[in-house]
Design a protein around this ligand. Structure first.
Ligand code: BG6
Length: 514
């Protein structure tokens, strides 16, 4: 077995200035600064890396650093070392600015020139839009007008766009067009934080670096695939956004389809951003869009009512959550069946489901193999036991790992089988370093590696697939909401979706603790 500690370490990212629009926002304090801290701790930021926070809050560099002292203590707790934070803190600056005022962008250009001059660092800029989505296009255009998007003399200028990227196909296309007015596609990094998760990145490695896996990764051996993203949290304090988004827009065109594309894509001819994203676009374009009448039978929506968490705590229904309309028809659960029109996946359904206030928090991909022929066992007890199929479980979170369910002989004079699970747990092999999932993404942006970011065509392919569902659901409001209790496994209709094909949803469970 190779020694994980002997793995070669990555080099620090090249120096540059990272500009965060939305410096006082939630994402910045919860994810971006903790991720930068972990990168600095691990020696993955150049010592000259500099950060400029921009926001409308009336503040200055000293006050902003003091604000960060508090947020870092809050979000990193014991993981924060005062010395390490002090070194990064020194590299942080603040500029008060209005995202809709041209003047703010002239000041930004001036401030960036001063910083790069004083710090003697190259004028390479990473612009990170951690703002509400209505500002994405406005900021990009103003960066362009201020001359900050232009790459000349070997300098780089990159733009990071957070989710949500549009609210349907039309708005996503319009946003792409606006961004392209100022930035070239090669400069745009669209984030899907699922792609930053180690275990998601591992899916491709697992598939392609193990010679026993890829030969059976097709319709000859695989019966179907289930992709589950179950959350125990409710809408939290995000009703303002969620009431308009709903589970379909919030999770499917981005996270669930990102998982599907990695499981289903063809191998790329190199570990290269364009080659990999070409394959992801191809597989999403081969998913058969649902016809309007198919939406009625192959897509299910749900909304949680009052219920209990797994520990018995009572929780309110979605319509009773703060900021939610008492007659809201927003869905908090979606299940869908999708088919991929390719040789590899002919007749292999992909069942997707995601919901809030579910029984447990599980993100996993279950690949169920076809039944083994059982003529040898036909007259034995085994036949009566109805040999269960093998299932490969890629556990994304929590308990990151890979499990394989297979059948083993029960120690007994009688020929009897029982399903057992072989289990690989990430933490056992590689330890458990605290991360936010954003470290890799920020590091890759600074290094200019676009592999884990969504290209314009991949974004549009995702929206094209949910568009028919959005249309039908808009035209036919639900009549039975709420239709599942908080703390349950979703609506009955979702069970029927898979039962209609003679299948059942996998009962997710945490990996066995040793
Ligand atoms: C976000 C969604 O993109 O992903 C949230 O807007 C959801 O509604 C979150 O809770 C889930 O992310 P994770 O990393 O906790 O699985």
């Amino acid at each position: 077995m190779s020694d994980p500690a002997a793995t070669p370490r990555a080099e620090p990212a090249p120096p540059g200035v990272m500009v965060i629009f939305g410096a006082h926002g939630d994402l910045t304090k919860r994810k971006l600064f903790p991720a930068l801290y972990y990168l600095a701790r691990d020696g993955l930021l150049d010592p000259r890396f500099t950060l400029l926070g921009v926001d409308h809050v009336d503040s200055d560099t000293d006050a902003y650093r003091a604000y960060l002292d508090e947020t870092m203590a809050e979000f990193l707790g014991d993981a924060l070392s005062a010395d390490r934070w002090a070194a990064l803190r020194e590299r942080v600056h603040y500029l008060r600015g209005d995202f809709l005022q041209d003047e703010s962008f002239r000041e930004l250009a001036q401030r960036l020139a001063e910083i790069t001059d004083v710090e003697e660092i190259p004028d390479d800029y990473l612009f990170y839009m951690a703002t509400p989505p209505r500002f994405f296009g406005e900021i990009a255009l103003r960066l362009g007008q201020a001359g900050l998007a232009r790459e000349a003399d070997g300098r780089w200028r990159r733009l990071v766009v957070e989710k949500p990227f549009g609210s349907d196909l039309q708005s996503a296309r319009a946003l792409n067009a606006t961004l392209h007015e100022a930035f070239d596609e090669s400069q745009i990094y669209r984030i899907d934080h699922y792609l930053g998760k180690e275990t998601v990145q591992n899916i491709l490695m697992y598939r392609l670096a193990n010679s026993t896996v890829e030969p059976i990764w097709n319709h000859r051996y695989i019966d179907h695939v289930q992709i589950t993203v179950a959350e125990t949290v409710g809408v939290e304090n995000r009703a303002g956004y969620y009431e308009h988004a709903g589970a379909l827009r919030d999770m499917v065109p981005n996270h669930l389809l990102a998982l599907l594309s990695i499981v289903a894509m063809e191998p790329a001819n190199a570990l290269d951003g364009e080659a990999i994203r070409d394959e992801q676009a191809k597989v999403l374009n081969s998913v058969r869009p649902l016809e309007p009448e198919e939406v009625l039978t192959q897509a299910v929506r749900g909304q949680y009512g009052p219920g209990h968490l797994a520990d018995g705590t009572p929780v309110p229904g979605y319509r009773e959550e703060p900021g939610v309309a008492p007659d809201s028809n927003t869905e908090t659960y979606v299940a869908m069946k999708l088919m991929i029109d390719s040789w590899r996946w002919a007749c292999v359904p992909f069942y997707l489901r995601t919901g809030k206030r579910m029984r447990g928090r599980y993100t996993e991909i279950a690949v169920q193999f076809k039944h083994a022929p059982n003529m040898m066992f036909k007259d034995s007890l085994v036949r009566r036991a109805n040999i269960p199929p093998n299932v490969l479980i890629l556990r994304i979170q929590p308990d990151e790992g890979i499990g394989m369910c297979f059948n083993a002989k029960v120690p007994n004079p009688m020929p009897q089988l029982s399903q057992v699970e072989m289990d690989f747990n990430y933490a056992d092999y590689f330890g458990q370093a605290p991360t936010t999932g954003y470290e890799t993404l920020i590091y890759d942006c600074l290094c200019g590696d676009p592999t884990l970011f969504k290209r314009a065509d991949v974004i549009e392919a995702g929206w094209s697939l949910v568009e028919p569902v959005l249309d039908v659901w808009r035209a036919l409001p639900p009549r039975n909401f709420p239709n599942y209790p908080a703390g349950g496994w979703g609506p009955q209709e979702a069970e029927r979706l898979v039962h209609a094909d003679g299948r059942g949803w996998r009962k997710c469970a945490h990996a066995k603790k040793r």
